[in-house]
Design a protein around this ligand. Structure first.
Ligand code: ZN
Length: 134
């Protein structure tokens, strides 16, 4: 951690200054240090969808994994070197990826169709459409 902090600050003396800036009554405040060290990127368009206060944390986390295509679907597990037969766990007919699992699988499509009818709207066929719709 020391080497990382020095590399991020640029020098040992600057790192000491960062530690002092993030200390309260002689104790390093990890929250302040996290805010100082974390890298901030551009705000993604789906940020408010994933980080809505009405969402349960596990739903927010899973939504974020879907949005960045890191959900452990079979295609992603195969890409990570795990040897699996890539078949959808719901229909056992097609390869499992996010698009299939959530939209193209006959079972998922039935859920979307039922929900769309209940909400009196059109059914979703892609993650991009759902993101805009939400
Ligand atoms: Zn399927």
């Amino acid at each position: 951690m020391k080497d990382f902090l020095v590399a991020q600050a640029g020098s040992p003396s600057l790192a000491v200054g960062w530690i002092q800036d993030c200390s309260i009554r002689g104790q390093v405040n990890t929250g302040l240090m996290y805010q100082l060290l974390r890298q901030r990127g551009d705000l993604v368009p789906w940020s408010s969808l994933v980080h809505d206060k009405a969402c349960l944390p596990k739903h927010s986390f899973l939504s974020m994994l879907v949005m960045v295509n890191k959900l452990p679907t079979i295609d992603n597990l195969v890409l990570r070197g795990i040897h699996l037969v890539n078949r959808c766990v719901l229909c056992c007919q097609y390869s499992e990826d996010i698009q299939h699992l959530f939209f193209l699988c006959p079972y998922s499509a039935k859920v979307w169709t039922t929900m769309a009818a209940w909400l009196q709207t059109t059914s979703s066929t892609s993650l991009a459409h759902v993101t805009i719709w939400f």
